[in-house]
Write a protein that binds this ligand. Sequence first.
Ligand SMILES: [Zn+2]
Length: 665
Amino acid sequence: MTPLDRRQFLVGVTAGTSALAVGGMPGMLRARHDAVASGLADPAFRPLPLGAIRPRGWLERQLRIQAAGLSGHLDEFWPDVAESQWFGGSAEGWERAPYWMDGAIALAWVLDDEGLKAKVAEHVDQIVRRQRPDGTYGPMAAASGGRPYDLWAILLANKMLAQYHEATGDARTLAAVEASLRSLQRSVARTPLFDWGKYRWFEGLIPIFHVYERTGDAWLLDLARTLREQGTDYAAIYAGDDITAPTPRRGRWTWDKHVVNTAMAPKAAALSWRLDQRPADRAFPARMLEILDRYHGQVTGMFSGDECLAGKNPVQGTELCSVVEFLYSLEILSSVFGDPSFGDRLERVAFNALPATFKPDMWAHQYDQQVNQVQCTINPDHMWSTNGPESNLYGLEPNYGCCTSNMHQGWPKLAAHLWMATADGGLAAVAYAPSEAKFTSRGVPVTVELETDYPFRETLTLTVSPERAASFPLLLRVPAWADGATVQVGGATPVTMAPGTFHRLERDWRGRTTVTLRFPMRSRVTVRYNDALAVERGPLVYSLRVEEEWTRVNADKPHRELPHGDFEVRPGSAWNYGLVLDPDAPDADLTFEERPVGERPFSPEGAGMRARVNGRRLPEWKMAHGWASETPPGLQSSGEPLEELTLIPYGCTNIRVTEFPRLRQ
Ligand SMILES: [Zn+2]
């Protein structure tokens, strides 16, 4: 393409997209599918444009809680965003403002929240207006005190701005990203990526591909390959033994075992695969997850890292940044490879680890969550690998402010990736939550609504409404745990679907068609660290409901005025129970009961399910170092009375026991 052609192409895309800002979603999707992409393999599924999927039901309530909490207000009072050097201030000038904006953009457009959109637009304008003639933007030299600037923040800012362009069609933003990538190309030719930029090189491929799919300029793919050459090779790290060893408590911080790098990295191979379809790139993510599960896996679908990989002990921590980054990695993996197992994992992390680590009003969060977390206090006696005493406090910026700025992307990006477009004009259900998706199938606008209280219920009702008759497939992810799953179209006989697959439902759709999915949820008990038992059902993990005593702390610290204060949580009831539970036949010992899903779906009071199980206290299982001590290994005996215990979904708890010692019957 000559520069002139390219300019015309850009203008064409822009005109198309602005028309649709008025005219609605279908055109936006068409613009994206018309993109020039010959040098890049297509993903199996394409994400719909931001705003094409709207949350409904409990998911909408959750996102509105988030917008009313820290996410919608952080830029009003927290200096590292409010007075960021990115906006001409004098506070932090690296990753924090771009992190917050990356989540706030997704939140604003998923909710169609005009106030938040306007705030975000103003911040984008501040960045784009400050772009220098050489294409650089951001604080750069000023923020790094004359040292070489770690380009991670530029990779992140470009990813964030590409998302803004996706949402708005704003041509000026696309041009700014393109100019920044040109300057990045010159910069890495002089000084190769180092430190964070080196370990997170692949995040740069997201904006590179975004621009490439709209311009077709070959230099962009050269730049992508340069970043890959200069960046960390995770396959080499995971071929060695060092990655399998837990970082010792109060041990040494390393780049290779840094939990956020680890959570971001599974997408590297997927993005790399789009460049040249190397079979090794397709195979690596599953291998990486298998190693993480075996040596550092937690029952929530996460891995420990406080802040480096810390083994399977359920009192080690998992950083919030790693939770939201792992979700985004799983969304990219689902898109590129179309493998349903990534959707299973996405739900497991999103419905358990994500909500658990926030105060239910989303004004406070933890740095580290624990699977067995019975107390969250300022704890100088802690046993994290490299984190500090405030890491499991619920607060504004416990331990360190990265999670304060990065946590916002979790829920809205999940909502934006529930449904994706298939190459043959259909729609794939990658993950399930109440929502409405609009897409265009070969020119026919289609609305798909999903009404459900899943994951708290096992029935999902879809309504498919094309504007006029159309033939296309719905690809329905059948979770691997859902033996006996069925799909029923209208009043027809239900058809069985195979677990662990995408079930293809292809038909001529006309009018409104109801499709009912049923994913039977059976209780499962898994044997984990020190032989402890964990209870699962469907995508949810269940934990002991422990009474909570909240105490406000750090009130004298800056910016801790309510509602964004810091809180300790202590147990107000016993937690040290063993369970009477046969892992091979759990149904006999467990009773599940449906409850209304609350206004706050992920709070102890709002829990939409609960379970009953019998247990006895284990007086020898005590606190140690301010936490629950390690679960006592092997079969336990107790002379304490048998009690009926209440379990609720892990994501609804703030303190909890999740891995329980097993009692002799
Ligand atoms: Zn963090």
